[in-house]
Ligand binder design. Structure first.
Ligand SMILES: *Cc1c(COP(=O)(O)O)cnc(C)c1O
Length: 222
């Protein structure tokens, strides 16, 4: 089933978005077993993303095929030490203090950490992330931190929004992303899109999607 799902979704995802950028598919692997993750990797997944530090640690050495590792969940500063040097892209840097601590601890460990700034694009009170109007100022502070590389932006669309509203929000993310790119050509990731909305997101300028349910089925939260 996982193999079929991977083939189907990868078949649906265009190689390039309308901006001519290569689209990266990240499998969101929270609550999945190492066996199931390995099946997805064997079927063609090149990037995987975890939400929880404990799960990331428990499964780290059991994943075969050397996929690119993303961290996509909420991160407390006291847990950074467990991830250093093992995460290729921290997608969920949602506050200044997390960026500062990640830089400090990366520098102390002798590594550089690539990050995305998470944007609270729907203005939801229950979600973290920078407000859209604060992104440019936050970027300018964070790019000067010595051990970080800012690679772009990440967002989650609000649950239950209409298609028209989602299109508007993805386009707004694209505008924020293009603005950062005008300062910095190393910015190359706009991570927006999940199982229910990835096609709409890619059509409107996303170049990275994070997909869980469409690969693994509904999550059985143990
Ligand atoms: C779980 C998760 C996803 C994937 O969601 P699906 O709807 O299962 O595709 C994407 N991004 C983040 C941050 C997640 O936690």
């Amino acid at each position: 089933m996982i193999e079929e799902n991977v083939k189907k979704v990868l078949g649906n995802v265009p190689e390039f978005n309308p901006f001519g950028e290569k689209v990266t598919v990240v499998a969101a692997v929270k609550y999945q077993t190492p066996e199931d993750i390995n099946r997805a990797v064997a079927a063609g997944i090149r990037d995987i993303g975890d939400n929880h530090v404990q799960e990331f640690r428990d499964k780290y050495d059991q994943i075969l095929g050397n996929p690119v590792r993303h961290f996509i969940g909420g991160l407390q500063t006291n847990k950074i030490k467990y991830l250093l040097g093992k995460v290729d892209l921290y997608q969920s840097v949602d506050r200044q203090r997390l960026a500062e601590e990640l830089s400090k601890k990366s520098a102390a460990a002798g590594v550089r950490s690539d990050i995305l700034l998470e944007v609270n694009i729907g203005g939801e009170e229950t979600k973290g992330g920078f407000a859209p109007e604060d992104v440019s100022a936050a970027y300018k502070l964070i790019r000067d931190l010595p051990a970080l590389g800012v690679r772009g932006l990440m967002a989650m669309l609000p649950l239950g929004a209409s298609e028209a509203e989602n299109i508007r929000l993805v386009k707004q993310m694209r505008g924020l992303y293009d603005n950062l790119r005008s300062y910095d050509e190393k910015i190359n990731c706009l991570s927006v899109g999940m199982s229910g909305d990835y096609e709409l997101c890619i059509d409107n300028g996303s170049n990275m999607v994070r997909i869980g349910t469409a690969f693994f089925g509904a999550r059985d939260r143990k």
